[in-house]
Design a binder for this molecule. Structure first.
Ligand code: ATP
Length: 254
């Protein structure tokens, strides 16, 4: 057992290099149990690479990752059954229907009663209209909802979400955010999400990790950051940091 017992994710010196490109550059952070944290940053900041390493899909070049108390590089098989993820960049097999895909994943997770778990998620995430359609024939927003259903199949204690409301219309996105809030409240799950939607992050997250060029350049609760930068909302803080006005704002606050 490694890492602080009250943290579900603990990362130290995490680095990923692709040849000359340093995608993630020695970052440190913790996500306390039951918290919701956000990884924010412009395109190419290193968010997806970080999440992929947390999932064990990519091997770090250097650094340490402890997830649910286990070293993710050496012992990921112990924690994978208790975590899950959704990403708009990972497609489900196209030829299988939504129902078949969810059943396959349910069996892979070794669920005791796949059929009833799928039924609950189909009802909760309102997938009835396209449950027997081939997954390759869904709209982008429908795919996002199916990806979320897949991510919740094993009722994970740790949920990693890459842009959980990408492609959703404002009404459905709002509804999905409410669903995630309820899921977190009722299960005590820990969530780490990457998002470009600042209103979503203000609503869902207790902690924000601001990334730029592979590094964490600022962090804090959304309201702390808004106050520190003297802004009205997180969107304005994001723009300050992305356009490097953040450094001046931080110095002025000291
Ligand atoms: P976005 O908001 O655009 O999704 P991101 O913050 O998720 O961006 P990453 O996908 O983690 O960013 O990419 C970080 C950096 O690593 C980028 O410069 C990207 O071009 C580079 N990168 C990612 N994957 C590879 C790869 N397989 N080979 C080389 N470089 C890569």
């Amino acid at each position: 057992m490694t890492g602080a017992p009250s943290s579900d994710i603990s990362v130290q010196g995490l680095t990923k290099r692709y040849g000359d490109v340093v995608a993630v550059d020695g970052i440190d952070f913790d996500v306390p149990r039951g918290a919701c944290s956000a990884l924010l940053g412009g395109n190419g900041a290193g968010k997806t690479t970080t999440i992929s390493m947390l999932l064990g899909l990519l091997l770090p070049t250097a650094g340490r990752i402890t997830v649910l108390g286990q070293d993710m590089v050496r012992r990921r098989y112990r924690v994978l059954p208790r975590m899950n993820f959704s990403s708009p960049y990972v497609d489900l097999p196209h030829r299988l229907t939504v129902r078949e895909n969810l059943a396959v994943y349910g069996h892979l997770y070794g669920l005791p009663d796949v059929r009833s778990r799928v039924q609950v998620l189909v009802r909760d995430l309102q997938l009835e209209g396209f449950i027997d359609r081939e997954s390759g024939k869904l709209s982008a927003g429908q795919k996002t909802r199916v990806a979320l259903a897949k991510a919740l199949l094993n009722t994970p204690a740790l949920l990693l979400l890459d842009e959980p409301t990408a492609s959703l219309d404002p009404d459905t996105a709002d509804w999905v955010r409410g669903y995630l809030e309820t899921y977190r409240r009722s299960t005590g799950a820990t969530i780490l999400l990457a998002s470009h939607n600042m209103a979503e992050v203000e609503r869902l997250c207790d902690q924000v990790l601001m990334m730029r060029a592979g590094r964490i350049v600022d962090r804090g609760a959304p309201e702390q950051l808004i106050r520190r930068y003297g802004r009205q909302n997180l969107e304005e803080v994001f723009l300050d940091i992305a356009r490097r006005r953040g450094i001046a704002a931080q110095e002025a606050a000291q």
